[in-house]
Design a protein around this ligand. Sequence first.
Ligand SMILES: C[S@@+](CC[C@H](N)C(=O)[O-])C[C@H]1O[C@@H](n2cnc3c(N)ncnc32)[C@H](O)[C@@H]1O
Length: 376
Amino acid sequence: MTDFPILTWTDPAAGTTHTARWRSEAGNPPPKRVTIADDRTTADAAYRQACEGIALLWRGDFQNARQLLQAMSRRADRKPRKAATSPLDAFNLHRQAQSQRARTLGMLLIPLQADYSIDLRRAPDVHEACSEAYGEGEEPSVVSLRELLGLIGAHEWRKKGVEIPALDGERIHPHYGVFSPVRGEYVDLVAKAPLPSQALAFDIGTGTGVLAALLAKRGVKRIVATDQDLRALACARENLSRLGLQSQVELREADLFPEGRAPLVICNPPWLPARPSSPIERAVYDPDSRMLRGFLDGLAAHLEPNGEGWLIMSDFAEHLGLRSRDALLAMIEAAGLRVAGRDDIKPKHPKASDASDPLYQARVAEVTSLWRLKVK
Ligand SMILES: C[S@@+](CC[C@H](N)C(=O)[O-])C[C@H]1O[C@@H](n2cnc3c(N)ncnc32)[C@H](O)[C@@H]1O
């Protein structure tokens, strides 16, 4: 018995049946119908089959598969979209279109050898990218080209890192699946807010460790940083050591808070109360605002007298009609907290100037805030 899903396909030319481990970060089941595709497969035929749920296992030149995927993406993007009747409707239609697009484009498959080599012409060396995301390979597997390109992109980001001006221009190197501080305005908010104490801080959901690193640089002597995700903890550990801050920051696997109280507790939870479509979206989508609620509800019990909770929250959900400002204020109130101050910043990300983006209206209005919360 194996503890991973298996993809089965037949090779009509040879009349043989094959199996391999199926890899899908989103946890999608292996496609039931699989056909063989190669350099002779046209984009129209590939796209039609993918839309019908037939996966195409690639046997041709690797770079041609990349081009085929681009051609399939263009066809997916040409699909007519329903006009939205409200921002919430626009968001729901956008998520639906994204998930349908992901399903269709995820139908072009690449076989990987047990050591992650790819036995196709002009194939890149993806050993490092795959080992970083999946761990050492143990058996032949099959993955969608779309997921594989994501892994390669993440590997490049991890190598290059993201420059953080608030960390004196030092770089944070995000790992695959870990929330990247690429839109760094929120980091600037944390860099500027007056510290209530330099003795101790908790960083709830540390991700790459960027905020823990910033607090350490600002002179906070000890920081306890938590995350539930092992990839995040490994990533934070690596970043903090690279920055020479490991002795100030203790990393712990925990659901929200560590034990005890601190004069400063910070949290940058996912900001959209909606269902993530894959584990790597969990840093953005938080069904029913679970982490936000958990942070607010547990804050009073983890703050020292006169301590401050810093909640970093974009109001994007409010502009989409997913959660109202009143609902957020009611959650703060119900948790026995009061707002001691709020600093705002406008995100500068490129999509905020892309008028063809279906969520453009909400993006241009978006403001990210650092809410300074105290016990009532
Ligand atoms: C939006 S990311 C923020 C990461 C980092 N603090 C930053 O500001 O870049 C949210 C993080 O919270 C983590 N997380 C989600 N639920 C959690 C929970 N219940 N307990 C601890 N961490 C959690 C996620 O794994 C993710 O790393």
